[in-house]
Design a protein around this ligand. Structure first.
Ligand SMILES: Nc1ncnc2c1ncn2[C@@H]1O[C@H](COP(=O)(O)OP(=O)(O)O)[C@@H](O)[C@H]1O
Ligand SMILES: [Mg+2]
Length: 759
């Protein structure tokens, strides 16, 4: 039974009066853009209206940019609908499918639909596709747009809806054949905007958490009742802010310190960031007790994806954590960067949902005016690796000319093509290889897919590698305790998992001990591991194994048969055994498997100092297009790595060559997940860097060539001339590119300097 409370709530939403009009529009239009303020009911209501009004539709698919949103929205909607989650209404995210044959409304991540479209470009299971939160412009959404346009050509009867908050919508309509735009009039109230008098955004980087807390306290003690929403950037600082404000609240004497004491007599504080624990706290969405003010510290998730009712005050730190591609390492890194003006407007708007409100920006008006107008779409700031592989798999060879709503930077597409070539997923003409085809089976980064296949087909250690790959695919497994004492305890306990070869084997050790504990939650707590992450790793491992079995990739263990055999007297071996604790597996095979991909992230130690340098960019012709500065970039071993010098597991002089998973920028460039490798494992593969110079990875070259082949003889001379011209143009182009790359590197170096250590 659905409660009357829920029915009333549904009918009070701004979208409700437009129910019939929306249904009519969907009936008559195959393509439709719907816009409305955040909280107007787009995500939860419109799919339900369709479900209720079109019983003939088999399946309605709704995409969400965030996994967490797909889950919570499906939960909420099945509750509103009065059915069990997974029946009529379900969700599907990577590694977690909660739908059934009875499901008619499916919430999913845009990544899931993208993969489905790869397999079936007609999306024949669906009658309606809704791309929701389109304004977020995630990479997957952007690629989906291109694919859906093709699906629309193949199946004009398929209904396609694009739903967005009020940002940049003409663009969506223009892209989808100038389709109509349905506007849901919002109920928005005035929001008074208070800028800080003179704080520059650049100077706030190290202080915005503290200032947010101070501002929250100021509002709490000086302003009339109303809840507060504070925008910060990440979990750690949100937790710190909650603690700090709790401390300040304890010291308050409400009678003397709080101006509106008659109505404001207490405080409840909540964190919200993209993990289930915080999203499941229903209390965040409820009214606080009487005379109590609610303060929510949130990541960007509260900007458009999640609506928290009752907010009257917004505090905007001016920052967001954003995935940003770094050509210096060829990887994506999460960086804290200033928001755009559009984001600032969205954030402020959260204060005017139920009555007029106020926004407090921690930065000056001048800083606001200097912000970028719009948030740069993810596709224009990420490595594109998986996307390019998916596009290749879909037979879209010429990616530079794919129909993107905002095409990615061709330099980044080229970089992705290079990496895919280095991974042998595409050949030197840019065509998908058998290996590349096999790699696209896995919902993993192409780097990890490559490793998995190598471990199965070549190095005979896939049983172990699949565990490590699963461990690398989940959130942070280590819990960082608050108190220094507990941190020491955690460090001490971590030692038992260390392996002298580094972090990959450590991850295997951790998983095995977790398994030996019977996948115990208590064991995780005692060892300071994140239980949710480890149980997710178990589930990922199981699913990857299933995929491997399904695709005839053998699961083979490299467990050493005689590892328990007593010492045979060989002193060397004895010594090794002591330091390796127990040599259970052939670690070399495992690390060789990883080297098939991560030779791209090979680093060599400085002869006299404990820092490393990225090898390929410092030497090979592969450095073209990769930042010329990167050979100068010193890489440090992350303090969380088993190989960090402080852990004294190995002497730094024993590490000549290492590979790493990724680089994290704090005040230094830190290599994460580091393992020791031998040059001989990768030597041959390094030749691929050389081959890059002559490869034609850009799919469009192929079609150019075939055109010139059809030229008549008399044009030959002409075309020779054009070829010469082309070569010259190419040289000029190269020169210009190099100058641009140098300038970009300089800009990045400057930007990096201003990034303080936020983590
Ligand atoms: N998990 C939830 N719990 C309680 N109320 C919710 C939940 N999710 C959504 N709502 C309510 O439904 C309203 C509409 O939300 P939603 O459909 O997500 O709007 P939109 O997609 O237009 O931003 C919200 O303002 C909120 O009041
Ligand atoms: Mg929504």
């Amino acid at each position: 039974m659905v409660s009357t409370e829920i029915i009333r709530q549904r009918e009070s939403l701004p979208v409700f009066p437009y129910r019939q009009e929306i249904i009519d529009a969907i009936k008559s239009e195959p393509l439709l853009v719907v816009i409305g303020e955040t909280g107007s009911g787009k995500t939860t209501q419109i799919p339900q209206y369709i479900l209720e009004s079109f019983p003939e539709f088999r399946l309605i698919g709704v995409t969400q940019p965030r996994r967490i949103a797909a889950i919570t929205v499906a939960n909420r909607v099945s509750e509103e609908h009065g059915s069990r989650l997974g029946d009529d209404i379900g969700y599907c995210i990577r590694f977690d499918d909660c739908t059934s044959a009875r499901t008619h409304l499916k919430y999913m991540t845009d990544g899931v639909l993208l993969r489905e479209a790869t397999i079936d470009p007609r999306l024949s299971h669906y009658d309606v596709i809704i791309v929701d939160e389109a304004h977020e412009r995630t990479l997957e959404t952007d690629v989906l747009f291109g694919l859906l346009k093709e699906t629309h050509r193949l199946r004009p009867e398929l209904k396609i809806l694009v739903m967005s908050a009020t940002l940049n919508v003409e663009k969506f309509s223009d892209f989808f054949n100038s389709c109509p735009i349905f506007i849901i009039p919002g109920r928005t109230y005035d929001v008074a905007i208070n800028h800080h008098r003179d704080a520059k955004i650049s100077s706030l980087k190290s202080t915005y958490v503290q200032r947010s807390v101070e501002t929250a306290l100021y509002i709490h003690t000086q302003e009339p009742p109303g809840d507060i929403l504070v925008f910060l950037t990440g979990q750690n600082e949100i937790e710190k802010a909650c603690r700090d404000l709790e401390g300040l609240d304890r010291d308050l004497n409400y009678k003397t310190d709080v101006k509106h004491f008659e109505d404001v007599r207490g405080l409840v504080i909540y964190p919200i960031y993209a993990t289930l624990e915080t999203m499941e706290q229903k209390a965040i969405f409820d009214d606080p007790p009487r005379y109590t003010r609610k303060i929510v510290f949130a990541t960007n998730i509260a900007q458009t994806s999640v609506t928290i009712p009752g907010i009257k005050y917004v505090i905007d730190s001016g920052f967001v954590k954003q995935k940003t591609y770094d050509p210096a390492t060829g990887m994506d890194a999460l960086l804290v960067v200033p928001i755009s003006r559009a984001a600032a407007t969205q954030r402020a708007g959260r204060a005017g949902r139920t009555a007029s409100g106020q926004a407090f920006r921690l930065y000056s008006r001048e800083s606001y005016e200097q912000m970028e107008g719009d948030t740069v779409p993810e596709i224009q700031r990420s490595s594109l690796l998986g996307t390019v592989l998916s596009l290749k798999k879909m037979g879209i060879n010429d990616i530079i000319n794919f129909e993107f709503i905002d095409p990615p930077d061709p330099a980044m597409v080229k970089n992705a093509l290079k990496q895919l070539f280095l991974l042998e997923a595409i050949d030197d003409t840019g065509k998908l290889t058998t290996l590349g085809n096999e790699m696209s089976i896995f919902p993993l980064s192409p780097f990890l897919s490559r490793v998995l296949i190598a471990s199965s087909r070549k190095y005979e250690c896939s049983r172990e590698v699949v565990i490590i790959v699963a461990m690398l695919s989940v959130d942070e497994i280590f819990v960082s305790p608050r108190s220094a004492e507990k941190q020491m305890d955690a460090d001490e306990k971590r030692r038992e998992f260390y392996h002298p070869s580094g972090d990959h084997m450590m991850l295997l050790n951790i998983f095995e001990k977790y398994r030996d504990s019977g996948y115990s939650r208590d064991w995780c707590r005692d060892k300071y591991f994140n239980y949710r992450a480890l149980s997710m790793a178990k589930s990922v491992r199981d699913q990857l194994r299933e995929l491997m079995v399904k695709h005839d990739l053998p699961l083979i263990s490299c467990r050493l048969k005689n590892y328990q055999v007593k010492d045979d007297g060989d002193r060397h071996r004895k010594k090794r055994r002591n330091s390796y604790q127990d040599i259970k597996y052939n670690a070399e095979k495992i690390l060789e498997s990883f080297s098939t991909s991560y030779y791209i992230n090979l680093a060599k130690r400085h002869p006299h100092r404990p820092v490393f340098y990225h090898y390929a960019s410092a030497t090979g012709p592969g450095s073209e297009g990769i930042d010329s500065n990167s050979s100068l970039l010193a890489l440090h071993i992350s303090p969380t790595s088993a190989l960090h010098p402080d852990n004294k597991i190995v002497r730094v002089d024993d590490l000549d060559w290492v590979t790493y998973l990724s680089v994290l920028y704090t005040n230094k460039a830190l290599m994460k997940v580091v393992s020791k490798v031998k040059l001989e494992w990768v030597q041959e593969r390094l030749n691929l860097f050389k081959k890059l110079a002559t490869a034609n990875l850009d799919g469009s070259y192929g079609s150019d060539k075939s055109e010139s082949n059809t030229l008549e003889g008399s044009d030959k001379v002409n075309s020779a001339v054009t070829d010469a011209q082309k070569v010259k143009d190419k040289d000029d182009e190269k020169k210009r590119k190099r100058l641009e790359a140098i300038e970009a590197a300089r800009q990045r170096a400057l930007a990096r300097k201003s990034i303080t250590n936020q983590e």
